[in-house]
Design a protein around this ligand. Structure first.
Ligand SMILES: Cc1ncc(COP(=O)(O)O)c(C=O)c1O
Length: 404
């Protein structure tokens, strides 16, 4: 039978027990607003629900991925859609990444405004006003690469670049079974030929993101799905080059396929995102050597407080639909194991009615692994970097909430 002592030990952090507060809320709020937290705040001082990043695990994930990919003589440009945070993008670039991917123009604008370089926007920028914004971004950061997947968009970008006196770097987005893109092989080659003739565009290469491969359960299955998806992209690159059209870049890959796609000749850049944080979804996919995907550590948690104990065997925490993404068919997972099972109980609440509920008290802190990291991060204004019990940094999630 699980008792409180076991539960405290299994949670790994002292934050489970209500800590003695040494600051008033106003003081804490001022420190957080100034980012002046190092050596002053502990985990238990933070108002909940709070997004916590365990820096030891995060740094180890970043180092492991960059070392692996560079060891395979590939470049890495991790996707910033995962963190939406300029401080994190800049940290990763300092560790050896060539830049950061952004999912859309607004994300790229926010990151560029805070000094992130080497941006690649992974979805086409469509429509007059967004094309205008693309020109402003390219003026500010000329190395930015814009993906496109149709001839009209290529023509629009070319006209806008001509008017702005810019030479725009573009990459063709290939449909490799995921979401967006032009069909690889003949259609993509024809588009490449069109782009090569446009005077204000420079073909940087190709992008092929096979999201369906990333989460395929089981390493061997995943390898099969990824190889099948990526080979047409490799062939497209080869054909363009045989036709004399320079195609220096083929970027793709993900947390689930980084050690598959780096074995494929012709793919020379990786753009994984979730590896830095991990989540319940990625924990399930299985690794090279077993059923659990252990290549990267869970570094991201939502800290909640037990706010009510309606019954001896039921506890309510202050994190619900507004604290965790809800796009997956499984709930957040308690970091200390299965004794505490979470169920959504509304916008602001989660219910613990498993055996462990008897062992928790009102005021306890419970930390959960997030079902899906990207959309969960987007719910928060800031992310707290913690080392052990201490809060070391507070970073603004600068590109969050931007749907345009
Ligand atoms: C275009 C693109 N590239 C890369 C990634 C990163 O994938 P992951 O977070 O699975 O590593 C994503 C994620 O959705 C993506 O949309």
């Amino acid at each position: 039978m699980l008792n409180r002592r076991t539960l405290l030990a299994s949670s790994l952090v002292s934050a489970l027990s209500a800590a003695k507060r040494t600051y008033t809320y106003a003081e804490i709020d001022r420190m957080i607003a100034r980012g002046d937290v190092k050596g002053k705040l502990s985990r238990a001082d933070l108002p909940t629900p709070a997004l916590l990043l365990e820096l030891d695990a995060f740094e180890s994930n970043v180092s492991k991925m960059i070392t692996y990919v560079k060891g395979k003589n590939r470049a890495i440009r991790p996707h910033a859609k995962t963190h939406k945070c300029a401080e994190i993008a800049k940290y990763i670039i300092r560790q050896g990444a060539v830049g950061a991917c952004a999912a859309k123009i607004s994300e790229a604008e926010a990151l560029a405004a805070d000094g992130v370089t080497g941006l690649l926007i992974t979805t086409a920028v469509i429509g007059k006003t967004k094309v205008e914004r693309a020109m402003a971004l390219a003026r500010r950061r000329p190395e930015t690469i814009f993906t496109l997947d149709n001839a009209q968009n290529a023509a629009d970008l070319n006209d806008a670049a001509g008017a702005a006196k810019l030479k725009l770097n573009v990459a063709l987005d290939l449909f490799v079974g995921g979401r967006t893109g032009i069909q690889p092989r003949d259609p993509a080659v024809a588009l490449g030929e069109t782009v090569a003739k446009l005077p204000n565009l420079k073909l940087a290469g190709l992008q092929a993101y096979a999201g369906q491969a990333s989460h395929t359960i089981g390493f061997e299955n995943r390898r099969k799905v990824s190889l099948e998806a990526m080979m047409p992209a490799v062939e497209t690159r080869r054909t363009l080059e045989q036709k004399g059209i320079a195609c220096p870049l083929l970027t793709g890959g993900s947390t689930g396929t980084y050690n598959i796609d780096t074995e494929i000749d012709g793919i020379n850049e990786m753009q994984p995102g979730s590896f830095m944080f991990m989540d319940v979804d990625y924990n399930r996919i299985g690794g090279k050597s077993g059923e659990v995907y252990e290549d990267f550590r869970n570094s991201l948690f939502v800290s909640t407080t037990v706010v009510s104990k309606p019954k001896d065997d039921m506890a309510i925490v202050d994190g619900g639909y507004k604290a965790f993404s809800t796009d997956k068919p499984f709930p957040p997972r308690f970091r200390g194991g299965d004794a505490i099972a979470y169920a959504f109980a509304g916008d602001e609440h989660g219910r613990i009615s498993s055996a462990g509920a008897r062992s928790v008290h009102v005021g306890d802190r419970l930390e959960f692994i997030i079902p899906h990291c990207d959309p969960s991060v987007n719910l928060y204004d800031r992310i707290f970097g913690v080392r052990g019990d201490q809060v070391e940094s507070v970073w603004r999630i600068t590109a969050r909430g931007m749907s345009q």
